[in-house]
Design a protein around this ligand. Structure first.
Ligand code: FRU
Length: 501
């Protein structure tokens, strides 16, 4: 069975993205590649399809596109909800949770202590371990292992630091309401020592959540490495609501510093365009990267939803998909180091070999339906060359005129997704939106790779320099793909549609 045939008509269940069968999910947690398998744990309500009873759900994949759901990995109990966190493979058994023959996987998660529990009102960091490759978990009896007495201390991401300052575990977590990333060090995952703090900086229009810290080669040069600190924030994103920002800089084993840090005028919404964003769309949140991904790849997954309307999206019986897995790299554009993102799954096995291609076409103030390109789950690769039109683009999952518009306004230097006519939009007042991202032409052209699924559009512009991820809820019968130009001409230099359903 391919991923696409698992679709249930009318429920918006995605074909190429993970969603739980019957329940709610939010943040990806504990992403790790272990013994040939990608493990995706996630914030899950095992008892319903709205947020609550926070536990870690679990799914696995070998291709990052088709996922198998497993029983709940770490469950809430009368004392604690299990908030977000990460997993490391403790290959040298520094924690002592392993046996003579098995090195443990160790989950580091936030205990959100419940009323009536010993640590009522506190968020602190706790451990659980698995000796069977991540399928069953035991909570550590010494939990919590890191308690600052704070009500907003959460989302630990643990990495192995091997550098000039030594070799040890490093945790990045947040003091959410202080807009601060806190960095800790440990030899055994049980005892933690404060290293430093980072922030407030750049976007601070909402709480800081789910940080990550990783190293990447600059422009592919393995001799020139930089560190990237990612921080999700909610609300306060560039198009409102939840979003993720990042900082490129250096980490010396104690302190992270970045030249792109702005600390003046933090709350000024006019400055949001100056900051660096993981994604400019409305629905890419709590993104974190995999531990131990093969070939040193840095692979990230985000929660494809937005806290503004997360609990109201019209899916059933499940609620919220994950994004596609993305490979991130660091490249220099106009002197600025930026993350570049590419979809990471094993696509070729799933694609229908009969793809649609359009020869070079110039459109003049018109909408042109692409007969033969219709579909519900597809990848579209298109290059536009700007002419005299003020706006041009595609209408996806549409009926010819109406649909989700993905377009460019070259005079404004803007890429946009307009979902005001994308199907069901009335479940929340802030859902129908036109969202924008800055984009620059390359030799007069704009190259877009767009993944369309039953309830989403993910746009990778200019080779992944800019991405926009948005939920949409079109009718199953809205399958038409059109191209358009408004008020002048635009040329489609190339267009290919690959079907997955
Ligand atoms: C982010 C978040 C995290 C927290 C989790 C609770 O979406 O608020 O900060 O750990 O969700 O479900």
């Amino acid at each position: 069975m391919t991923a696409a045939t698992a679709t249930t008509a009318g429920t918006f269940r995605p074909a190429l993205h993970y969603a739980a069968q019957n329940t709610w999910l939010n943040d990806p947690n504990g992403l790790i590649f272990h013994e040939g398998v990608y493990h995706l744990y996630y914030q899950n309500n095992p008892m319903g399809n709205v947020w609550g009873n926070m536990s870690w759900g679990h799914a696995t994949s070998t291709d990052l596109l088709t996922w198998t759901e497993h029983p709940v990995a770490i469950a809430c109990d009368e004392n604690e909800d299990i908030f977000s966190g990460s997993i490391v493979f403790d290959r040298h058994n520094t924690s002592g949770f392993g046996t003579a023959s098995v090195a443990p996987l160790v989950a580091v998660y936030t205990s959100a202590f419940k009323p009536g529990s010993e640590h009522e009102g506190v968020q602190a960091q706790s451990l659980a371990y698995s000796l069977d490759g991540g399928y069953t978990w035991t909570k550590h009896t010494g939990n919590p292992v890191l308690n600052r007495g704070s009500a907003e201390f959460r989302d630990p991401k643990v990495i192995r630091y091997d550098g000039g300052a030594g070799s040890y575990w490093v945790m990045v977590a947040v003091e959410a309401k202080d807009f601060q990333v806190v960095l800790y060090k440990s030899e055994d995952l049980k005892t933690w020592e404060l290293l430093s703090t980072f922030g407030p900086a750049n976007a601070t229009g909402g709480v800081w959540e789910c940080p990550d810290l990783f190293q990447l080669p600059v422009d592919g040069d393995p001799e020139n490495l930089k560190w990237v600190l990612t921080v999700n924030l909610n609300p306060g994103g560039p198009n409102n609501g939840s979003a993720g920002q990042y900082f490129v800089g250096d980490f010396d084993g104690t302190t992270f510093s970045s030249a792109s840090t702005v600390t003046e005028g933090l709350q000024d919404p006019d400055r949001l365009g100056e900051y660096q964003w993981l994604d400019w769309g409305r629905d890419y949140y709590a993104a974190v990267s995999f531990s131990d991904a093969p070939d040193n790849r840095r692979l990230m997954i985000g929660w494809m939803n937005n806290w503004e309307y997360a609990n109201q999206i019209p899916t059933t019986p499940w609620r919220s998909p994950m994004s596609l897995a993305r490979e991130v790299s660091l490249q220099t554009f106009a002197g600025i180091l930026s993350l570049v993102q590419q979809p990471a799954g094993e696509w070729t096995a799933l694609a229908n070999p009969e793809s649609f291609c359009l020869p070079e076409t110039t459109i003049h103030d018109d909408v042109q339906v692409l007969a033969g390109a219709a579909g519900t789950v597809q990848r579209i690769d298109v290059t536009f060359t700007a002419g005299s039109a003020a706006e041009f683009g595609l209408i996806l999952r549409g009926d010819g005129q109406k649909g989700t518009r993905v377009g460019i306004r070259p005079g404004e230097g803007k890429l946009f997704v307009d979902r005001r006519e994308s199907g069901q939009t009335d479940f929340h007042e802030s859902f129908p939106s036109i969202d924008t991202a800055p984009v620059r032409a390359t030799a007069g052209s704009y190259r877009l790779t767009i993944f369309v699924d039953h309830c989403s559009v993910e746009v990778f512009a200019q080779g992944g320099q800019v991405t926009m991820t948005e939920l949409i809820f079109p009718a199953e019968t809205s399958t038409v793909v059109s191209v358009y130009a408004t008020g002048g001409t635009a040329t489609i230099s190339s267009l290919q549609v690959t079907q997955f359903a």
